[in-house]
Write a protein that binds this ligand. Structure first.
Ligand SMILES: [Zn+2]
Ligand SMILES: [Zn+2]
Length: 256
């Protein structure tokens, strides 16, 4: 399984992109920067897009992707709440054409919405995908994704603290987890249901207690404005736990 990090931040600039992962070139996970980081031929390889929740930074490139790839139908897979947000606020026939309908000027549906039920494994383009609810608004979920050759990752999506019950239900070799702000902004992180390094540390302690060891850990969704401080605090967590923690930048790949 090859994971390419298209976007690893929570804010967009010339040097930072919104969250998007690409698995083996065919399965996209969240759509913050799905078009800006891929050529048209690369976009054509994508068969399905998983969305963790309906916040703008995770769904915003879906209409642009649909517009670029209007000669075929791409599956967008998410919980019913996320699909409803996408349809009513973004692909609504006003801001963008209704890509899910044959009524638009394209005369065919270029997006097919596929509902995903939490805790139920579904086959998505040869990958076993299970949505797991996480503490974040809009019924946010993380995804456990297992490839055909048995490699498993868990992506938290956006989440606040309190992942203990989730760790018991999954067995990934790789955890991709969000850490948005530094410890100095812990209150803001708690209010917005995100993690700071101190909360992240507690989640990893709990994961290690439950599993007996830690899988590979990768951190994304960092706020660029506070990145130096947050990276330093994440490195301190890694030292404390005696593990290495990757904080990939846009364009980096990881082979699992
Ligand atoms: Zn969010
Ligand atoms: Zn986000």
């Amino acid at each position: 399984m090859i994971v390419k990090f298209l976007g690893t931040h929570n804010a967009e600039s010339k040097n930072t992109r919104l969250v998007s992962l690409l698995i083996d070139d065919v399965l996209a996970v969240d759509a913050g920067s799905l078009v800006s980081e891929l050529t048209f031929p690369e976009q054509r390889k994508i068969k399905a897009i998983l969305l963790s929740h309906g916040h703008y930074d995770h769904i915003r490139a879906v209409p642009a992707f649909a517009f670029n790839n209007s000669d075929r139908t791409t599956r967008v897979v998410a919980t019913p709440r996320t699909l409803e947000i996408l349809s009513s606020h973004l692909i609504d026939g006003v801001v963008y054409p209704e890509f899910t309908s044959e009524a638009s000027f394209l005369r065919k549906a270029t997006i097919k919405l596929v509902p995903l039920e939490p805790f139920k494994r579904q086959d998505i383009e040869g990958y076993q995908v299970m949505a797991v609810p996480v503490p974040h608004p809009l019924d946010g979920v993380g995804f456990e994704i297992t490839s055909g050759d048995g490699k498993t990752l868990f992506y938290t999506g956006d989440t606040g603290p309190g992942l203990s019950s989730i760790w018991s239900n999954i067995s990934p070799q790789l955890v991709i987890i969000e850490v948005t702000w530094p410890n100095r902004l812990a209150n803001m992180a708690r209010d917005a249901a995100h993690l700071c390094p101190e909360m992240f540390k507690e989640e990893l302690f709990e994961l290690r207690r439950i599993k007996g060891l830690l899988p590979k850990v990768v951190v994304i969704h960092m706020s660029p404005q506070h990145e130096t401080e947050t990276r330093r605090e994440v490195r301190q967590v890694a030292e404390l736990l005696g593990i290495s923690i990757d904080i990939p930048r846009e364009g980096e790949e990881l082979i699992l």
